[in-house]
Design a protein around this ligand. Structure first.
Ligand code: GTP
Ligand code: MG
Length: 202
């Protein structure tokens, strides 16, 4: 086995908020201004190191268009972490957050770590959702919050760092093989790893 922990993580949110862009920035460190709407669900993998532990992330990038909604909810099962994203320049995408949170309630099997992301923070002149409004919503629904920019890279690594820390804090004793869906033997959490965690929800 080439990892100590493996987690299934989902990105959800309205079409065009930048889910694919944030993921590509995190996985390949690239960005494109052109918009190619995702179709269904894309899958990427990235491995990160926390202390001396290898954490493998199975990252599922979902399509935000309404016509894919029932398809993508089938992928919620077994996810340990979910990024709920909106675009700080798009009020509708912010208003949709509650709908995406309901889908999480309805379609997840475990209680996943949820993190709210306001993306496109680089577009200062077009911003319609102030930082404080995002933070307030996150506090109301009890989830950590961060603003990112896939374009400038701002906070993209930080968002994943928070997610991984929260995952290690919450699912410390259970690991799961997402490919064949069989539980893996429990992995005892290393206290040196735990000390390094900075999950705002714990
Ligand atoms: P769907 O696949 O349809 O659900 O959309 P998506 O959420 O994956 O959005 P995508 O990543 O395709 O980005 C949509 C558009 O926004 C593209 O033109 C991106 O270049 C742009 N975009 C994404 N993130 C940012 C950002 O942080 N800043 C700026 N300025 N543009 C961004
Ligand atoms: Mg996409």
């Amino acid at each position: 086995m080439d990892y100590d922990y493996i987690f299934k993580i989902l990105l959800i949110g309205d079409s065009g908020v930048g889910k694919s862009s944030v993921l590509l920035r995190f996985v390949d460190d690239v960005f494109s201004d052109s918009y190619v709407a995702s179709i269904g669900v894309d899958f990427r993998v990235r491995t990160v190191k926390v202390g001396d532990k290898i954490v493998k992330l199975h990252l599922w990038d979902t399509a935000g268009q309404e016509r894919f909604r029932s398809i993508i909810t089938q992928f919620y099962r077994g996810s340990r972490g979910i990024f709920v994203m909106y675009d700080v320049t798009n009020r509708d995408s912010f208003n949709s957050v509650q709908m995406w949170l309901k889908d999480i309630e309805n379609f997840t099997t475990e209680d996943p770590v949820r993190l709210l992301i306001g993306n496109k923070a680089d577009l200062a002149s077009r911003r319609v959702i102030p930082f404080q409004l995002g933070k307030q919503l996150a506090e109301t629904v009890g989830m950590p919050f961060i603003e990112t920019s896939a374009k400038s890279s701002q906070n993209v690594d930080a968002a994943f760092q928070i997610m991984v820390d929260c995952l290690l804090g919450r699912f410390e004793d259970v690991s799961h093989n997402e490919i064949d869906d069989k539980p893996l033997p429990p992995v005892p959490v290393d206290p040196t790893v735990k000390r390094k965690l900075s999950c705002p929800c714990s």
